[in-house]
Design a protein around this ligand. Structure first.
Ligand code: MRU
Length: 350
C-alpha cells in the first residue's frame, strides 16, 4: 500500500496535500494561520471527515502557539474557545471536525489544571498526534472487519473518496480493499465519479490504481443500471456523521445508491470510525447538510456549462435512513440492526 501523509505538523505550520490538484499533480502546501486552515478545509484542499478533523486539530495548535507565555490561563482558555469555534465553522456536516477540536480543548484544560500554562500547547500537539496514531490502528481494524464482510464478494461499488488520503491510513470504506490486497483477494471496485466535484474519479481511482486494485469508473447515474445487470455484489461507503439511530450522512448520491441497493437486494455497508457518530442527534433529520456554491454544478473545469444565471441547488451530502443499511463497520465491531440499541450499548460501555 502506498503511504500518504495528507497532513503533518512541521513545527511552525501544517503541511497538507492540495487534493484539488490530484491526480494531475501531487502538491504540498503549508498553512500558517487559522484563516488559511479554514480556507483549505472549505475549499476541499483537505477533505474527507477524518482528515478535516486532524487538520482543524493542528489548526488549533497553530492558532494557540502565538499566545503569550506570560498570559493568564483564563485568557488562554477564552482564546482557545474562540479559535475552536471559528475552526468548527469551516464545514458543517462532518462531525469529526468538532470531535477533534473538543479533544484538544480537553487536553488543554487538563494541562492547565495540572501544570503551567506553557504546557497547554504542548499537550494539545501531543493530543493531535495521538488522534492520528490511534486512527492508524482504528482504520486498520475497520479494514480487517470490512474485509471479513466483503471477502465473499468480488464486485463492489463505492462512492466518493474514503481512502488513506482522507484518513490517517488505509481509509474507511477503501480500507477493506487494501486489507483484501494483503490477503491476495482481487476485488473489482466500481467507482462512482461522484458529481459534482469528482472525488471518485479523481482520488479514489488514483488511490486504488496506486495500490494495484482494479477500479472501474462509472457515472453516478449508471449505478442502478449496473445493479440491475447483477454487476454489483455489494456496496460500501464512508460517512460524515452517523446519528444515534444509525441514519448516516455521506456524500450526495449515497442515499440514491442505498435506495437502489434495497430495490435490487444488494447489501449496503457503511464504514466509519466511532468518532463519526454523533450521539447528541437521535436521527439523521437533525444532521446539518452543507450547501455549496451552485457554481460547482453550473461550471465544469472552469467553464460555464449551463446558460448564464441558471439557478442551481448544490447540497453536498445526503442522509441514508438506517433501515437501508445492512451493517455499519466500525472499530467497535460490525453493527447490525437495531442500530439504536447497539449504538447505545457501545456508548454505555465507554
Ligand atoms: O466533501 P468531501 O470530499 O469532504 O466528502 C467526503 C465524503 O463524503 C466521504 O465519503 C466521507 O468523508 C467518508 S470518510 C473518509
Amino acid at each position: 500500500m502506498v503511504h500518504f501523509e495528507p497532513v503533518a505538523w512541521t513545527g511552525s505550520s501544517i503541511r497538507i496535500i492540495d487534493q484539488t490538484r490530484l491526480p494531475e499533480a501531487l502538491i504540498y502546501e503549508e498553512l500558517t494561520n487559522t484563516d488559511e486552515v479554514i480556507k483549505a478545509i472549505r475549499g476541499l484542499k483537505v477533505r474527507g471527515a477524518p482528515l478535516i478533523g486532524y487538520t482543524a486539530a493542528f489548526g488549533l495548535c497553530l492558532a494557540m502557539s502565538s499566545f503569550p507565555a506570560a498570559g493568564k490561563p483564563e485568557d488562554f482558555l477564552a482564546a482557545l474557545d474562540r479559535q475552536s469555534d471559528k475552526l468548527a465553522t469551516a464545514r458543517p456536516t462532518a462531525v469529526n471536525l468538532r470531535w477533534a477540536l473538543d479533544r484538544l480543548r480537553q487536553a488543554a484544560h487538563l494541562a492547565i489544571e495540572r501544570g503551567p500554562l506553557s504546557s497547554a500547547t504542548q499537550a494539545m500537539l501531543e493530543e493531535a498526534r495521538m488522534i492520528l496514531a490511534e486512527d492508524r490502528k482504528i482504520f486498520r481494524k475497520i479494514g480487517e472487519l470490512g474485509f471479513e464482510v466483503l471477502k465473499g464478494y468480488t464486485n463492489i461499488l463505492t462512492h466518493c473518496h474514503t481512502g488513506a488520503l482522507a484518513t490517517a491510513a488505509y481509509g474507511t470504506a477503501l480500507a477493506a480493499f487494501h486489507i483484501g490486497r494483503e490477503h491476495g483477494k482481487d476485488f473489482t471496485v466500481y467507482v462512482d465519479e461522484t458529481r459534482p466535484l469528482l472525488q471518485g474519479a479523481r482520488i479514489t481511482t488514483f488511490e486504488l490504481k496506486l495500490a494495484g486494485i482494479q477500479a472501474i469508473l462509472i457515472c453516478d447515474s449508471a449505478a442502478a443500471f449496473l445493479m440491475n445487470q447483477r454487476k454489483i455484489d455489494a456496496i460500501i461507503v464512508g460517512a460524515d456523521r452517523i446519528a444515534a439511530n444509525g441514519d448516516t450522512a455521506n456524500k450526495i448520491g449515497t442515499y440514491s445508491l442505498a435506495v437502489n441497493a434495497n430495490a435490487h437486494h444488494i447489501p449496503f455497508y457503511v464504514a466509519a470510525p466511532w468518532s463519526t457518530f454523533d450521539l447528541d442527534l437521535d436521527s439523521g433529520s437533525k444532521i446539518p447538510i452543507e450547501e455549496r456554491d451552485p457554481v460547482e454544478i453550473t461550471c465544469f473545469a472552469g467553464r460555464r456549462i449551463s446558460p448564464k444565471d441558471t439557478m442551481a441547488y448544490n447540497p453536498a451530502f445526503d442522509v441514508t435512513p438506517h433501515r437501508l443499511i445492512t451493517g455499519i463497520i466500525t472499530e467497535k465491531g460490525i453493527l447490525t440492526p437495531p442500530y439504536d440499541a447497539v449504538i447505545r450499548r457501545i456508548a454505555e460501555m465507554m
